[in-house]
Design a protein around this ligand. Structure first.
Ligand code: ADP
Ligand code: ADP
Length: 230
C-alpha cells in the first residue's frame, strides 16, 4: 500500500533552478526509508512537495492513491498527515515551556481537551522529555530541542513522519538514542522517511533507500539492491 507516489514530478524555482527533474518514486506504508543525497540534491524540495507546501511545476503527486488537486482543505489535511521535522526544527519552538510547545500541534486540531492532554503525555513518555516539560525550549541543548520538535509532530499523529537529517550534529551516543526513538515511533505503525548523509545509517536502519543527485533519482530499493549496484 502506497502513501505517496510521485509521477514524473519536476520542480523549478522562480530563478530557473531545476531542483527536481522527472522524479518517479513511491513511499510504502510502514516502511523505514532513508533519503541520501548531497547538499543541493533536492531533498528539502522533495519534502516540501510531500506535504503540499510546494506544488510540482510538472507531473503529479498521489496521496493514498488520489491525485492531489491543491484545494485548500485538502492541503490542510495533507499537512497533518505528513509531519515534517526540519533540520533547524529548534527554531520552530516558540512557546514558553516544552509542554506548551508539544501541545501546540494537537491543540490546533480541535480535539477534545482530554484527548490533547492524553496525546501530549503519551509523546512526552515516548520521547523521554519528562524532565524537560516545564523548561523554556530556548535553554535546551540541540539534541533536547530535536526531541521536543519530534514530540510535537508525533502528537499531531501524522501518517508519514519526515525527518530532515535527525542525527546531524549529534555525537555517536546521541545518534544511537535518536535512532532508538525513531524505532519506537516506527512501532506505532508509522512510516518514516529521513534524510541523511550517513551511508552506514541508511544501510543499517532503512528498509528502503532513495538516492537523489542533482535533482535526479539515482536509485530506489532495499539497501542491498541499491548499494550493490554502486
Ligand atoms: P537539499 O535539501 O538536498 O540540500 P534543496 O532541495 O534545498 O536540496 O535544493 C535543490 C536545489 O534547488 C539546489 O540547487 C538549491 O540551490 C535550489 N534551491 C533551493 N531553494 C531554492 C529557492 N528558494 N530558490 C531557488 N533555488 C532554490
Ligand atoms: P536525559 O538523559 O535525562 O534526557 P541528558 O542531558 O543526558 O538528559 O540528555 C538530554 C538530551 O540532550 C539527549 O536526549 C540529547 O538529545 C541531548 N544531548 C545531550 N548531550 C548531547 C551531545 N553531546 N550531543 C548531542 N545531543 C546531546
Amino acid at each position: 500500500e502506497q502513501i505517496i507516489t510521485f509521477e514524473q514530478v519536476s520542480y523549478q524555482y522562480a530563478d530557473g533552478t531545476m531542483a527536481l527533474n522527472q522524479i518517479n518514486l513511491s513511499i510504502e506504508k510502514g516502511k523505514k526509508i532513508a533519503l541520501l543525497g548531497n547538499n543541493g540534491a533536492g531533498k528539502s524540495t522533495l519534502f516540501l512537495l510531500m506535504n503540499g507546501i510546494l506544488k510540482p511545476t510538472s507531473g503529479s503527486i498521489l496521496y493514498n492513491g488520489k491525485k492531489l488537486t491543491y484545494k485548500r482543505k485538502e492541503i490542510q489535511r495533507l499537512r497533518q498527515q505528513v509531519g515534517i521535522v526540519f533540520q533547524n526544527s529548534e527554531t520552530q519552538l516558540f512557546s514558553s515551556t516544552v509542554y506548551e510547545d508539544i501541545k501546540f500541534g494537537p491543540k490546533n486540531l480541535n480535539l477534545p481537551t482530554e484527548e490533547v492532554e492524553r496525546r501530549v503525555k503519551e509523546v512526552i513518555t515516548l520521547t523521554e522529555t519528562e524532565s524537560l516539560k516545564d523548561k523554556p525550549p530556548h535553554f535546551l541543548s540541540i539534541g533536547q530541542k530535536k526531541r521536543v520538535a519530534i514530540a510535537g509532530i508525533v502528537a499531531i499523529d501524522p501518517e508519514l513522519m519526515v525527518l530532515d537529517e535527525p542525527t546531524a550534529g549529534l555525537d555517536p551516543y546521541y545518534s544511537k538514542r535518536m535512532l532508538n526513538l525513531l524505532e519506537k515511533i516506527h512501532h506505532r505503525n508509522r512510516t518514516i522517511l529521513l534524510s541523511t548523509h550517513n551511508v552506514n545509517l541508511a544501510y543499517e536502519w532503512a528498509d528502503e533507500v532513495i538516492i537523489l543527485n542533482n535533482g535526479h533519482l539515482l536509485a530506489q530499493g532495499t539497501p542491498v539492491e541499491v548499494f550493490s549496484k554502486r
